[in-house]
Write a protein that binds this ligand. Structure first.
Ligand SMILES: *Cc1c(COP(=O)(O)O)cnc(C)c1O
Length: 403
């Protein structure tokens, strides 16, 4: 156990993968964070949960508005998948369009509190863009290490937010290693979620919101896509802490979903062994993580919640993307809809039952990667501008039953 102002490091006895865990005075918090206090909160952002966040209130009024994203009851999908109820938490509506704004805004505020001017991280994309945006908003400088395969929209976002972008000739593993060395060398504030224990504190707020939005009666299952494992660890911690302060009675079963092109957690779970390095071979770039940096807490989240792990193919991810878009009007990036593809698959294997209620956390906006999204849809044909051609085409569409 360390005091709150300990400069964070991973646990000296557990080593590289021993990310520290933030613990609060839950008795004390349960007196100030109540259903009534939440109803009266002026904040429609993650700051409504300040008693359970590791920051002071000094800078919170200056940040981008992060959180308070919608939770939709997905009417069409609920019917189509034959479930009791399916909810979609649309994290693509955060300010830089992914769930990563939740941890990044904490990082930016922390850097301000500590008087650091430069903040750095390595990322497959969204952690980077969210850090760059949140840093810009607070007048900080960001240095961002990205792997070579970063999608163009995410790279452009970084540039627009004025980040110093270091594109590393290699994959995410290489970008992570270089960032670690550089951050140590220059003494910058480190936003790498796999080292900084405060990042999970931002991520857990997604669960707080889900609980509030479901009137303190969460669904049986919550599904989330997994790369490093920090998000799923945060999702679990959110439910656990709301249980600790008496706001919910049970924790939903957590379904961790990966792409079969990069599924170290699922492989370890199925073969009942430790994690092994895998290739990073999937269109879901945000979860293409061959050496997950948060294995202990991610495995624990599934185990303690009596959840499970499942892998889906890139094809299933693309199908889920088209399904979510066409049935609910929500556009997710590949990693964002991997969770939904996992739910569909878990229904077909009987893991999730049609009597279950499910929340899908849709982690990132589809506009971040339109190159892959375009693979999920049919080409649009170009018509001659006359009514006869149009009528021919309409006949064809009517035959196909789309109009
Ligand atoms: C980062 C990210 C994830 C997975 O989070 P991890 O902490 O790496 O497991 C899932 N989806 C999107 C869109 C992400 O950006």
């Amino acid at each position: 156990m360390y005091e709150k102002d300990t400069p964070f490091l991973v646990c000296p006895t557990c080593g590289e993968f021993g990310i520290l865990d933030v613990i609060y005075d839950y008795d004390g918090v349960s007196r100030v964070l109540t259903k009534e206090s939440l109803l009266q909160s002026d904040y429609h952002s993650i700051w409504r949960y300040l008693p359970l966040l590791p920051v002071e209130d000094r800078f919170i009024d200056q940040t981008l508005k992060v959180g308070s994203t919608p939770l939709y009851l997905a009417n069409q999908l609920t019917n189509k998948l034959k479930l009791k109820a399916l909810y979609i938490k649309d994290e693509g509506l955060n300010p830089t369009a992914s769930l990563k704004d939740r941890p990044s805004v904490i990082a930016a505020v922390k850097a301000k509190e500590l008087g650091k001017q430069v903040i750095a991280c390595s990322s497959t994309g969204n952690a980077a863009t969210s850090l760059a945006g949140n840093a810009a908003r607070l007048g900080l400088t960001s240095v961002i290490f990205v792997p070579k395969r970063v999608p163009i929209a995410k790279l452009t976002q970084l540039q627009i937010f004025g980040a110093n972008v270091i594109k590393v000739d290699g994959d995410y593993k290489d970008a992570f290693r270089l960032s670690k060395l550089a951050i140590e060398h220059y003494g910058w504030y480190n936003r790498n979620a796999a080292i900084n224990p405060f990042m999970v504190e931002g991520k857990k707020t997604v669960s707080f919101e889900i609980v509030e939005q479901l009137s303190f009666q969460p669904t049986n299952w919550v599904a989330v896509s997994v790369g490093d494992g920090c998000t799923i660890a945060g999702v679990y911690k959110g439910f656990l802490e709301f249980q600790k302060i008496g706001l919910i009675s049970h924790i939903p079963r957590i379904l961790g979903v990966q792409s079969s092109g990069c599924s170290p957690f699922v492989d370890a779970f199925i073969q009942n062994r430790g994690l092994r390095e895998t290739d990073e071979n999937t269109i879901a770039d945000s979860i293409a993580v061959g050496i997950p940096r948060n294995p202990v807490k991610a495995m624990n989240a599934v185990k303690e919640s009596n959840g499970s792990w499942i892998a889906v193919s890139d094809q299933e991810i693309l199908e889920a993307m088209a399904l979510l878009g066409s049935k609910e009007g929500i556009f997710g990036e590949p990693a964002g809809v991997t969770s939904l593809a996992g739910v569909k698959k878990a229904l077909s294997t009987g893991l999730i039952k049609d009597s279950d209620t499910v929340t899908v956390i849709m982690t990132g906006n589809g506009l971040k990667d339109i190159v892959n999204a375009s693979k999920a849809v049919k080409d649009v044909i170009c018509l001659k501008p006359d009514l006869d051609s149009f009528i021919d085409y309409m006949n064809q569409l009517q035959k196909e039953g789309t109009v």
